[in-house]
Design a protein around this ligand. Structure first.
Ligand code: ADP
Length: 790
């Protein structure tokens, strides 16, 4: 748009009066050549006059672009005198002229305002620069460099201009030339035009240029940032497409497409409910859009795998024939008649009512009494899968319900894991050790479990990981526990408790002969032609090598025997090995439990109590002894707080009854008493040893021995009442196992005797008592001998 004629002479003669052409939006500098379109009447007339005379015209800018017919006030006074190089009349009546700036001039006055402006003008001459100082030279160089820089940053200059700029030696001209090519705002340009000091003008230009360069830099950075983003994705896309093309060319299949197709098929075949299928497809679509190796794709893949592998619609068909069920239960279990009856009733009702919302069976009893194997038999009888899961020590709700998928390494909860392992949606699902379930800050697994077991809710069990409901209503849940009391009560309310007490030695022999031995023979690949275990040897195993309510260790010892024999057979020493009490220790080592523990004769200060632990009933001996001292009570044998308090209560009661028992009061103040409960390493607690401790204390102070053939259980109060206790059945069984046939029990437990099976009660005597006096009457021998100290 501009050009300049450097050969033009500086000193042009300017007439003192010239027509004025107001221009809008542009400031014309000397030497600048540019085309102008002229449409306004006053402008056309001014041009016509100029053409008619000397072709010179005064070009001044208008202050406000929007003013259509400017008055004198609307015009700047400083402008440029230009010459019209060419003029063209356009068809629409407008003129196109090409003007060149000649020299700066000022309007001193207006000679005429109609029909166009004519001004009295005066030429403006730049302040003369005597010589080129170093500073000016540096300034010029700086401006030239800035021009170069902005050029490099994308500012456009005409190539000729660049050459001109390079060669100009005059500060004022350089300033004008750059100014006229920068595309400045009109006001800014006007300001420059009016500066008559060339160096000042150049300084101003340098400032404007610096700012311009800075702007260009920021602009470029923004652009390159945006472009960088686009470039990266484009590049990756491009490479991937190339890779695809190469694979195709090589005949390799696109793994990802293959995988997606396969997943879609799997989802279709999985028989999912509609809602779940929708979710699965949604996830597959997401996966399809991802880079196959990204971490998130991995997570989604695992999730989809879980969804497709769950047995949404796979179930076994129940073939419930009660006769067959009874047969299965009998095949697997010795005796347990009552329990079997109850199980058959339960199955019978289930058969009649498809979706039974009845209670959940809970087998309660010590380890090794056959709880798990009953569950397995039920599954076998129904033709269902069996899955067992232990709740022992579970404290975190997430173990039941799983973690949300946003967690790193999230997994479904154990219920869903179990269902997947079972492979069917209606297995017999055994939840072991419901009494061991815990609770802490990570939530309450018991309440989550409640949801699992509740038929009102479990048709849409919400696992956090799955995020879609799973129907658990066809699952047959069975629970087991060692003790009833620790089971959280909301859970207990949903359960039907079936107690398994434990077995007598005789029953254990029956179980061993009919079930355990045949099973172990088979497992060790030998037959009854290789081994014979005599009944008497078996009895010895039961009494000397195991001490348990169940048969778990018994089974282990039998396996031990079979293993030893199997090895001999394998070594070629083939014959029939007969196991008898004599050679038993050769196979099993020295006996672990010696009958020496039993008291041989009635003794002073030792009373036989009965305890009830997780492992069933057991007998405990409570020893009391006195020695010279000041009346302190020492308790040893790892007793819990309740048991310790119970000992204090027992002592206080005996002290309060000293007179009637014939104990002199000084006995208590002059002696220390020590109560010990072996085995010292096993922690014990509970109030039920109260009467036993009181008996031992009474015995040691009176010197009357305790009948060794009597065992007892009951809590004692300070006033000597005997309060009821729990686990009577187990305790009775323990007494019987140890050959004790008389048991003192609290009167209020008498009703529980009905629940004890006849075979246990056979040749047992239960003595119900209400007061401690009665206990002592039955337990202590008459004071025939003189008091002796232990
Ligand atoms: P629990 O689950 O009560 O701890 P298990 O069911 O694991 O006990 O039983 C341990 C072993 O004892 C199993 O091999 C089981 O078959 C066997 N067993 C327990 N009770 C009986 C019984 N009444 N008849 C036959 N075998 C039994």
């Amino acid at each position: 748009m501009t050009d300049m004629d450097s050969s033009e002479e500086h000193d042009v003669d300017i007439p003192s009066s010239l027509p004025i052409l107001p221009v809008r939006d542009v400031v014309i500098f000397p030497y600048m050549i540019l085309p102008l379109f002229v449409g306004r009447d006053i402008s056309i007339k001014a041009i016509e006059r100029s053409i008619g005379e000397n072709k010179l015209i005064m070009l001044v800018s208008q202050k406000d672009v929007n003013v259509e017919s400017p008055s004198i006030k609307d015009l700047y006074r400083v402008g440029t005198v230009g010459t019209i190089l060419r003029m063209l009349k356009l068809p629409d009546g407008r003129l196109k002229i090409l003007v060149q700036g000649l020299a700066k001039a000022r309007i001193i006055d207006f000679a005429q305002t109609e029909p166009y402006y004519v001004g009295k003008i005066e030429k403006i001459v730049d302040q003369q620069q005597s010589e080129l100082t170093l500073e000016v030279e540096a300034l010029m160089r700086n401006v030239k460099e800035l021009v170069d820089k902005s050029l490099a940053l994308g500012k456009s200059f005409l190539p000729d201009i660049i050459v001109l700029i390079e060669n100009i030696e005059e500060p004022g001209r350089l300033a004008d030339l750059v100014a006229s090519n920068l595309g400045l705002k009109a006001e800014q340009a006007q300001e420059l035009l009016e500066l008559t000091d060339p160096v000042l003008r150049l300084k101003k230009i340098s400032e404007i240029l610096s700012r311009e360069v800075e702007l260009l830099l920021v602009q470029q950075k923004i652009q390159s940032d945006v472009k960088g983003e686009i470039d990266k994705t484009q590049r990756e896309y491009f490479l991937r497409e190339q890779l695809k093309a190469i694979q195709k060319e090589l005949g390799e299949i696109d793994e990802k497409t293959e995988e997606i197709l396969e997943l879609r098929k799997k989802v279709k075949d999985a028989g999912m409910p509609e809602k779940v299928e929708k979710e699965a497809i949604k996830q597959i679509n997401r996966l399809e859009k991802m880079h196959p190796d990204s971490a998130e794709a991995g997570t989604i893949r695992t999730y989809i795998d879980w969804l497709v592998e769950l047995p949404w619609s796979e179930s076994t068909k129940d073939n419930l024939d009660l006769k067959k069920a009874k047969q299965v239960l009998d095949e697997d279990h010795y005796d347990l008649e009552q329990i079997k009856e109850r199980i058959l009733e339960y199955l019978g009702v289930r058969k009649l009512k498809e979706k039974m919302k009845g209670p959940i069976l809970c087998f309660v009893g010590p380890p090794g009494v056959g709880k798990t194997s009953l569950g397995k038999s039920i599954a076998r009888a129904l033709g269902r899968e069996f899955y067992r899961m232990s709740l022992g020590g579970m404290r975190d709700e997430a173990e039941i319900r799983g973690h949300r998928r946003t967690y790193v390494g999230a997994m479904p909860g154990r219920i869903i894991q179990g269902i997947k392992t079972a492979g069917k949606n209606n297995p017999v699902f055994m939840l072991d050790e419901v009494d061991k379930i815990g609770m802490d800050f990570r939530g309450d697994p018991a309440s989550a479990l409640l949801e699992v077991l509740d038929p009102e809710q479990n048709f849409a069990f919400a696992d956090h990981y799955l995020g879609v409901p799973f129907d658990l209503s066809n699952v047959m849940f069975i629970t087991t526990a060692n003790l009833i009391d620790p089971i959280p009560s909301p859970l207990r309310d949903r359960m039907e408790i079936l107690s398994l007490t434990g077995y007598t030695a005789e029953e254990k022999i029956g179980i061993a002969k009919n079930y355990l031995i045949p099973k172990q023979l088979k497992e060790h690949g030998i037959t009854d032609k290789n081994i014979k275990i005599n009944d008497s040897a078996l009895m010895q195993v039961i009494t000397h090598y195991t001490r348990e309510a169940g048969v778990r260790n018994l089974e282990r010892q039998i396996a031990n025997l079979c293993r030893k024999v199997a090895r001999k057979i394998a070594e070629g020493k083939i014959r029939k090995y007969v196991i008898s009490p004599k050679n038993l220790s050769k196979y099993l080592g020295v006996p672990k439990f010696l009958p020496e523990e039993e008291i041989k004769k009635d003794e002073v200060g030792v009373a036989t109590g009965l305890a009830w632990t997780e492992t069933g009933g057991d007998i405990i001996y409570i020893e009391a002894t006195i020695m010279k001292g000041k009346g302190t009570l020492t308790l040893t044998g790892q007793l819990g707080d309740v048991m310790k308090e119970s000992a204090h209560a027992a002592l206080s009661y005996i002290r309060s009854k000293a007179r009637s028992l014939g104990i002199s009061n000084s006995m208590f103040s002059n002696n220390d008493i020590h109560i010990h409960v072996p085995a010292g390493a096993i922690p014990k607690d509970g109030p039920s040893a109260g009467i036993t401790m009181a008996t031992a204390i009474a015995s040691v102070f009176t010197g009357r021995a305790v009948h060794k053939s009597i065992a007892m259980t009951g809590e004692v109060t300070l006033r000597g009442s005997v309060l009821p206790i729990g686990g009577l059945k187990e305790k009775a069984l323990a007494a019987k196992r140890m050959g004790i046939h008389k048991v003192i029990i609290p009167k209020r437990n008498e009703k529980d005797l009905e629940e004890i099976p006849k075979y246990i009660k056979k040749d047992m005597t239960f003595i119900p008592v209400e007061t401690m006096d009665e206990v002592l009457k039955h337990a202590l021998k008459n004071a025939a001998k003189r008091r002796k100290r232990r």
